[in-house]
Structures are given as C-alpha cells and as structure tokens.
Design a binder for this molecule. Structure first.
Ligand code: F6P
Length: 319
C-alpha cells in the first residue's frame, strides 16, 4: 500500500479535523501518500480529491466541522455505487481507505471491503455515542459541553421566572447525549429512546420538587424519544407549571473540540494508519478502558450500543 484515502461521512462531529490531522501526519511520516476525499462517499464517486501533506493539515485541530466536508450519499447505499467507488479508488492507486463517521458510514465502509476488496479502517465520529464496543466516539465530549453550557444558561432564566424548561437534544435512537448532559446539569427528568416515557410520573415528580421549594425545573429529552412540545404539553396540562421549550439542534454538532476530543481523535487517527499499515483492515479503532483497540467492523455493526442502566438509576436518585 503506497497511497491511502481519507474521508469524513454522515453527520459531522467536533474532533474530526484532529483525526484527519493525525492520520495524514502519521501516514506521511511512514512514507505513504495521502488523498483527501471531499464530501464523503459523494466526493469519492465524483472523484473530488485533493493531495494532502504534513502542512495541509496545519492549524485545523482547533476547528469544528470537517475540512474535508461531509455528506450522506444515497448512491453509495447501492452495490453498483460501491463498485463504482472501488473502480475509482483503484484507478487512482488508492490501496486503503480511512472512513471517519457514524454507524451508516461505517456500514458502507464494511460493504466496500466485503464486496469490492478495498481495505478499510473506520473511526467512530458521531456526537450520538451510539457505536458499540467503543467507550466514546469523536465529538461526544464537545457536544456534551455545549449542551451543559446552554442548559446552565436556561437554568438561570428558569429560576428567575420559576419556570420549567424542556430541552430537546439530538439522538434519534440513542439517549446518551440526553442522559449525560441531563446528569451534568442535575435535570429533574431525562427522557431517552431506550426507556418508555411515563409523562404522569415525570409531571408528578416535578410537582413534588416544586412543593419542596425548587424554583426551576429542567427536563432533557432526546429527539428520538419524544418532542419538546409534547413533553411541555403534558407537564403544563397535568400540573399547570409554566413551561418553555428549547431545541438545541445543530449547535450540538459545531464548535471547537474539547481537549478530550482532540486527544481522543489524535490517538484514533494515529492508530487507524497503523492498522492499515499492519494489514488489519476491516476494523474500527475503539476506545476501551482507556486503550486504543482494533475491533472488527463486523462485530461492531452486528450489535447495538446499550445504555448503562446504572447511570439511568443514578440520574433519578441524584436529581
Ligand atoms: O447522527 C448524528 C445526528 O446528529 C443525529 O443525532 C441527528 O438526528 C442527525 O445527525 C441530524 O442530521 P442531519 O441534520 O445532518 O441530517
């Protein structure tokens, strides 16, 4: 393998640039040529490539988003699309591919290897933290800090006006962001897709807190569990608590990565190139108990990341 390609795909995540930087610099140091592929799999199919070297990744670690840009590509979901991608990679002499993205992007990478024989290594880049067998994904920590910073501000105004706030955070099928950010701000209730929601129980709890003299109330809801509007309607209807809604939206995906994300992404970027060089393709670099490990994409994608029920119980007790 003399030349490798790097792409970012799916929803962007803070820290992707640090991963690109680490991968490019490690590869170049080891004598490999690196091609940056713009706009994920769409750019691959359009041959939207750029040569990368040590200096082309200077000054990017602190930047949010991804300098390679990203996309969700319908054509790549089809076998013909992946065959075309493989032909393009071969035509350009690209003998290995690093894919940084979430579950959908990694599934595409796995199929590209299985069907077309292209050596791939994946990195978990998604704020959702919904990829199995890795403790953390790139971008999660920054996202959580953004959520906490914003919800803390809402708490100020909630207290002044003695209101409840329902804050909707991202997470279509995973409640990790809601659970962790909710815990970090001491939210009175956290609603996640993994657990059926009981509006009566939530409203009653808030009512008890109110009677006990609490002057604010924060409910964090993951977008995949319910909507902020529905939750607010239930609370207002049942206990008449004046409620406001905030949907954090894509603010959660932006911003300069935290130190944790920069270090995690750098370690993963470095490890991904070593895995490609050592013919350990078909794997994803994961963080397990503080260490970087290579886990087969097959294993990762065949299971769903579960939520830690102890954290759920703890959040209930502590709020
Ligand atoms: O997969 C990450 C994620 O941020 C989800 O939590 C969210 O539902 C989705 O992406 C939104 O993606 P987009 O607006 O880019 O389609």
């Amino acid at each position: 393998m003399k030349k490798i390609g790097v792409l970012t795909s799916g929803g962007d995540a803070p820290g992707m640039n640090a991963a690109i930087r680490a991968a490019v610099r490690t590869a170049v140091t080891d004598g490999l040529e690196v091609v940056g592929i713009h706009r994920g799999y769409s750019g691959l199919l359009d041959e939207d490539f750029t040569d990368m070297d040590y200096s082309s990744v200077g000054g990017i670690m602190e930047r949010g988003g991804t300098i390679l840009r990203s996309s969700r590509c319908e054509e790549f979901r089809l076998e013909e699309g992946r065959a075309k991608a493989a032909d393009i990679l071969k035509k350009h002499g690209i003998g290995g591919l690093l894919v940084i993205g979430g579950e959908g992007s990694l599934s595409g990478a796995k199929l590209l290897m299985e069907e077309q024989g292209i050596p791939v290594v994946g990195l978990p880049g998604t704020i959702d933290n919904d990829i199995a067998l890795t403790d953390m994904c790139i971008g999660v920590d920054t996202c959580l800090n953004t959520c906490v910073d914003t919800i803390q501000k809402l708490k100020d105004t909630a207290s002044s006006h003695e209101r409840a706030f329902v804050v909707e955070v991202m997470g279509r099928s995973s409640g990790y962001v809601a659970l962790a950010s909710g815990m970090a701000v001491g939210a009175e209730a956290i609603i996640i897709p993994e657990i059926p929601v009981n509006y009566e129980e939530i409203a009653d709890k808030i009512w008890r807190e109110r009677k006990r003299g609490k002057i604010n109330c924060i409910i964090v809801v993951a977008e995949g569990a319910s909507s902020a509007y529905t939750v607010a309607r239930h609370v207002e209807h049942r206990i008449g608590y004046e409620t406001r809604i905030t949907i954090l939206g894509h603010i959660q995906r932006g911003g300069s990565p935290t130190a944790f994300d920069r270090v995690l992404a750098s370690r993963m970027g470095y490890a991904s190139i070593k895995a490609l060089e050592e013919s350990e393709a078909g794997t994803m670099i994961a963080l397990q108990g503080g260490r970087m490990v290579r886990v087969s994409l097959e294993k990762i994608l065949s299971q769903k990341k579960t939520i830690d029920m102890e954290l759920v119980e703890m959040a209930k007790i502590l709020s």
